[in-house]
Design a binder for this molecule. Structure first.
Ligand code: F6P
Length: 319
């Protein structure tokens, strides 16, 4: 394989730039040409494709967002869209593609694979909701952003003796909430993987209050429901003054942590290795700190399980 392409798709994630850099540099190291496809699968359909050189990816390893821009693309879900994309790849002589993104992006990669086109997926999403990998690129940075925000909220929660509900992202997954809750000593964590814990939250708040506890932090994963609704329900059920903070897209930005930069560099590089040896329809991942590959077909639509021990521990420590 002499020419490969790389694109980022779906919600951006800190570390995507480090992954793009790794793909480009690793390919050039092996004397391959690399093409950057802008705006994800939409850009592939529309032909927003340009050659990347060593210098094109200089000074980006530390930057959040994605140099190649990103998009969610409905047109690519159709056969017509996929055929248009294949024509563009043929026009530029691109023989294989690295797709950096989440579950939706991998579905796109799988479609091209089914049509006989070599694709490798690199998991990049703050949600950490991809099966077959312990971590996705961007999760660690988002987690640290959340922790920094909660530390600040805790100051004012203490001063005003209030209960705070903090809604975090994660789509249908609870990893961001769970890890943030454990890292920040939250009183309660509400995640989609354990949706029926509301009564337990109320009970814990009441018991804490009876013991003299003056403020509480509850972390709610967006997949469970609206923070505003939960805030209202909690205030009603406990009579404690409750405020809600929805952290929103601040969680997607910022300079990637060292951990995300290293992960992105390893996974991006591994994706190029797989294309070079003729693999296709694979996702690269990390499990027990070892790089792994899985069939994308087996990954898409599968659930990434939360660590049940961690959930149990968070509950044990927040008695
Ligand atoms: O998948 C990343 C993510 O940030 C989710 O956590 C969130 O539900 C979603 O994307 C938000 O999407 P958008 O940026 O399109 O509003």
């Amino acid at each position: 394989m002499k020419k490969i392409g790389v694109l980022t798709s779906g919600g951006d994630a800190p570390g995507m730039n480090a992954a793009i850099r790794a793909v480009v540099r690793k390919a050039i190291f092996h004397s391959m040409d690399v093409y950057g496809i802008k705006y994800g699968f939409q850009g592939l359909i529309d032909g927003h494709i340009e050659k990347l050189e060593i210098g094109s990816v200089g000074d980006i390893i530390q930057r959040g967002g994605t140099k190649l821009y990103s998009a969610r693309c409905e047109a690519f879900k159709t056969d017509e869209g996929q055929e248009k994309a294949l024509k563009q790849l043929e026009k530029f002589g691109i023989e294989g593609l690295v797709v950096i993104g989440g579950d939706g992006s991998f579905r796109g990669a799988q479609k091209l694979t089914e049509k006989g086109y070599p694709c490798i997926g690199v998991p990049g999403t703050i949600d950490n909701d991809i099966a077959g990998t312990d971590f996705t690129i961007g999760f660690d940075t988002a987690l640290n952003t959340i922790i920094e925000a909660i530390d600040k909220i805790r100051d004012t929660a203490t001063s005003h003796e209030r209960t705070y509900v903090i809604e975090v992202m994660g789509r249908n997954a609870g990893d961001l909430a769970l890890w943030a809750g454990l890292a920040d000593g939250a009183e309660s964590i509400l995640i989609p993987e354990a949706p029926d814990e509301f009564d337990m939250v109320i009970d814990r708040l009441k018991r804490g209050h009876a013991r003299g506890k003056k403020h509480s932090i509850i972390i709610l994963a967006e997949g469970v429901g609206s923070g505003i609704d939960y805030g209202n329900r909690i205030q009603e059920a406990t009579n404690l003054e409750t405020r809600v903070t929805v952290l929103g897209h601040i969680q997607r930005g910022g300079s990637p942590t060292a951990s995300d930069r290293v992960l992105a560099s390893r996974l991006g590089s591994k994706a190029v290795d797989l294309l070079r040896i003729g693999h296709s329809g694979k996702m690269v991942g990390i499990q027990k700190n070892q790089l792994v590959e899985h069939d994308i077909m087996e990954i898409v639509g599968q659930k990434h399980d939360i660590n049940q021990d961690m959930y149990k521990l968070a509950n044990e420590l927040s008695i």
